[in-house]
Design a protein around this ligand. Structure first.
Ligand code: B1M
Length: 792
């Protein structure tokens, strides 16, 4: 009998539908933990699983989605019960062809640096579930509803390190084809392939009609079988119930369209029921099945960006490599991360697609420095990274902690090198640079270098690493000591790309070592190498000469349609984020870039020249407004929004210290809160500091505060002024609710409101007493209430 891994690429595999929806129908109340029903209502779970088996589903998801230690205390007990109930249902249904999945959903926490969950802690949380699931007899692991690539990586590693079962993974993409943390189909799918998932796909969030274009993209990229489990359309609120807009027939219609795109597994998510799944199976069962075909595509990815090697040459920034760079060496020794981060940002802005990261210095603990730098650089730039190290421990730590599918520099033709590097590439998935040298040294002839390349390809294959994931370095040696060096490197590139159809790379700048005005040689060498088929150029992207050669080559080779990139770069004076170098960066730019230390330092400098509030108004708020706009238009993603917010907070802490203190007896007491559902508190905190500085005693209830809590504080503390802040259209309703409750239960209290989402008209409409456009406005109104006794 075929295994599940074989079956999913040779015949239709049908997944079940929603479990939550079914449990709610059976009485699961809002806020109740569904997984606890494994212990409290086992008979209901068996009944639901049987109904899906009856409908024809092959994969039955055990009720273990949230059975992790962030959500339940007794993980082992809940997982074991969940798997056992699903197995019992399969057995009682006499289905030989059905499988029980250990269903793994997200932890509900954000991973560092976005949140506070450590990556290894996330791996351990998932590993605990996997071990329990395997022991209880699960047939596969289904990781689903993943909205963050980093958490997905943690879950995949946990599954692969703790079991031999098939591991499938599906993500929740939005209508912009993005994950919540910014991941795209092109960034996420190759990462999962690298981590050896057995099938990939999409679930939840959207109905089948909205998923269709995303599925198309997945099928074009994926070499792994594709699973599609949509909701039963889009949700709508009917009283206190959520209903979905597709009938069973409509769902089946759209699923047939999706099936025709060449997917292998189909099922349902929220709102689907056994009858939805039954209709879908009846509709699709006899449709022609297409196995997924392997794709010859090579991707290097970060959490949100994907760079494809091959279609056009890729620029790899060489600046984060201490060789010959005194300032960088100093920064590494003194752990001046901000300097290194600004090097990363400068190269990204200059046009690098991938950034090389090399932190090797004799006096440095390379593994821990590499790990630190990977995390730090990934928190300020979405550019994919090339991990450049000869230290195997540093390589493993970096591969593990990296968010995406990196490039690795390098392996070489020595057996020892291949035997230590390839197992890591095999486990974590990466594109690896293969240097044309071996035990005999660096060959002088191109033909011998090509032989080493073949040896590298061949050995890699033994580890299951395809040649498409190897980029051969033809080795640019300096022409000042060997006049043939340029010719041999170019010939090697030519032969590898023409004869072996392989990808190539060169550390271009090496060619001119020891010569004056090196960029003249470097930029010409780059042009020559590009015409020989060079796939990746490791260069200094901050060098105008190099980028001019690169962009001209693209335009001349029809790789820059309508010369768009060329005109953008040279058509007018380029607009730069940083004026000329990061040394001249403004506070606004530092906050936008999420450079915390730099933002703090620039704030301290500015405080010598400017009034604290002027800095808030001229730098801090405009920076966050810009970040907000870019987030809204899909240029930036949640991680960058968070890093900017953190930088703004640090900047404001420094400002706070310098604000004048009014030490007189308090003028009055004010309660402040950001309303329920809203976690934006930067503005509210500014308001608080200013009110305190103007002599008010502030009771700060924090963010995401329930109306009842605010009312109870007002009553208990006999407060006469409340300040409410809201930043989102979705949370002003809670502001309104709070005001209503305050009017009912504490009619004497005055209420002022603020936050970017509000305006005076809206404030009036929700019956607030006053709208304050900024923090100073809140002080003026407080003075009016307490000193003049005349709130509006
Ligand atoms: Co988010 N966020 N965010 N965010 N965020 C907005 C608000 C958004 C407009 C961005 C956008 O899409 N353009 C958008 C809301 C869209 C909507 O209206 N529906 C948004 C979104 C969608 C989200 C998330 C849902 C993203 C996600 O997870 N997919 C999520 C929401 C989580 C939640 O609340 N449930 C989210 C998360 C975050 C971060 C955590 C990353 C971070 C907040 C960090 C923190 O506050 N601790 C963040 C940030 C930083 C922003 C932007 C970029 C900046 C907000 C800010 O701090 N501004 C924001 C875009 C924007 O507003 N331009 C955005 C600076 C601050 C000083 O201004 O708060 O207006 P402000 O305060 C001013 C005045 O308004 C006034 O005084 C202050 C100083 O002058 N004021 C008062 C404020 N409160 C007052 C009270 C008063 C008086 C005056 O009396 C009581």
């Amino acid at each position: 009998m075929k295994t599940l891994k074989e079956r999913i690429n040779t015949e239709w595999i049908f997944f079940d539908g929603a479990l939550g929806t079914m449990l709610q129908k059976k009485g699961l109340a809002a806020g109740q933990c569904p997984e606890m029903w494994n212990l409290d209502h086992p008979e209901i779970l068996i009944e639901i699983h049987k109904a899906y088996l009856e409908a024809g589903a092959h994969i039955i998801n055990a009720n273990t989605f949230g059975a992790n230690r962030c959500k339940v205390e007794n993980v082992k007990e809940v997982v074991t019960a969940g798997i056992s109930l699903a197995k019992q249902a399969v057995q009682e249904s006499h289905r030989q062809d059905a499988y029980v999945a250990l269903d793994i959903g997200p932890t509900g926490k954000l991973l560092a640096p976005m949140g506070d969950l450590d990556f290894e802690e996330a791996v351990s949380i998932f590993a605990e579930m996997v071990r329990a699931g395997v022991k209880a007899g699960a047939d596969l692991v289904l990781i689903e509803t993943m909205s963050d690539s980093y958490e997905a990586k943690a879950a995949l590693l946990a599954a692969k390190e703790n079991c031999d079962l098939p591991v499938f993974i599906t993500f929740i993409f939005d209508e912009n084809h993005r994950l919540l943390s910014g991941g795209s189909v092109q960034s996420v799918i190759p990462m999962c392939e690298g981590l050896k998932a057995d099938a990939v796909g999409i679930n939840c969030g959207l109905g089948p009609a909205q998923m269709l274009p995303i599925v198309k993209e997945i099928v074009q990229i994926s070499s792994l079988p594709v699973i599609v489990n949509p909701n039963a359309g889009l949700p709508r609120q009917l009283g206190n119930q959520t209903v979905y807009d597709l009938s069973d027939d409509e769902f089946a219609f759209w699923m047939k369209e999706i099936a025709a795109l060449g997917v292998q597994g189909v099922g349902g998510c929220c709102g689907t029921t056994p009858s939805t799944i039954k209709t879908m199976i009846q509709t699709i069962r006899n449709c022609p099945f297409q196995p997924i075909a392997p794709k010859k595509m090579t991707w290097v990815t970060s959490y949100s960006q994907a760079v494809q090697i091959g279609p056009k040459p890729v620029v790899i920034g060489e600046r984060i490599n201490p060789t010959g760079k005194k300032r960088l060496k100093e920064a590494l020794r003194n752990q001046e991360y901000e300097y290194i981060l600004s090097q990363a940002l400068e190269q990204e802005i200059a046009g690098a697609h991938i950034l090389d990261v090399n932190v090797g210095l004799p006096e440095i603990d390379e593994p821990s420095m590499m790990k630190e730098m990977i995390c730090q650089i990934q928190s300020v730039t979405a550019c994919p990274l090339q991990i450049d190290t000869g230290n195997i421990e540093a390589l493993e730590q970096a591969l593990r902690i990296y968010n995406g599918r990196p490039m690795v520099n390098s392996v070489n033709g020595k057996l020892e090198s291949m035997e230590s590097v390839f197992p890591l590439i095999q486990k974590y998935g990466a594109v690896v640079v293969g240097l044309c040298l071996d035990e005999e040294g660096i060959p002088e002839q191109a033909e011998q270098r090509v032989e080493i390349a073949k040896k590298i390809y061949h050995k890699a294959e033994e580890y299951g690493i395809p040649s498409k994931d190897i980029v051969i370095d033809g080795l640019a040696m300096t022409i000042s000591s060997s006049s043939q060096a340029g010719v041999v490197a170019l010939e090697t590139i030519d032969q590898i790309s023409r004869e072996l159809n392989g990808y190539t790379i060169l550390g271009v700048s090496n060619i001119s070592f020891g010569l004056p005005q090196r960029e003249i040689i470097n930029s010409h060498f780059l042009s020559m190498a590009l015409t020989k088929g060079l796939s990746c150029a490791i260069i200094n992207p901050n060098s105008e000469d190099m980028m001019k050669s690169y962009r001209s080559y693209l335009a001349l080779q029809a790789l820059d349609p309508q010369c768009k990139g060329y005109i953008e770069a040279y058509g007018s004076v380029p607009t730069q984020k940083f004026t000329d170098s990061s040394e001249n960066m403004t506070l606004k730019q530092a906050i936008q870039a999420g450079l915390k230390g730099r933002a703090e330092q620039l704030t301290l400098e500015l405080l010598n020249q400017k009034d604290p509030l002027e800095i808030v108004d001229a730098e801090l708020i405009p920076a966050l407004d810009q970040v907000g706009k870019e987030y809204e238009s899909g240029i930036l993603f949640l991680p960058q929004l968070l890093m900017s917010a953190e930088a703004a907070k640090l900047s404001f802490s420094a400002i706070k210290e310098k604000m004048p203190q009014d030490n007189k007896v308090a003028k009055g007491r004010i309660v402040l809160a950001t309303v329920q559902g809203d976690i934006h508190d930067i503005g509210k905190n500014i308001v608080k500091v200013l009110l305190e500085n103007y002599g008010y005693d502030v009771i700060d209830l924090g963010k995401d505060v329930a109306p009842e809590q605010i009312v109870s504080c007002v009553k208990n503390e006999n407060i006469s002024l409340v300040g409410l802040s809201a930043l989102m259209t979705t949370t002003v309703v809670n502001m309104e609710k709070t005001i209503r409750l305050l009017h009912e239960q504490a009619p004497h209290v005055k209420i002022m409101v603020g936050g970017a989402v509000l305006n005076p008209e809206y404030a009036k409409m929700i019956h607030a007493d006053h709208y304050a456009p900024d923090a100073m406005g809140s002080v003026r109104y407080a003075d009016q209430v307490f000193l003049k006794g005349q709130g509006e």
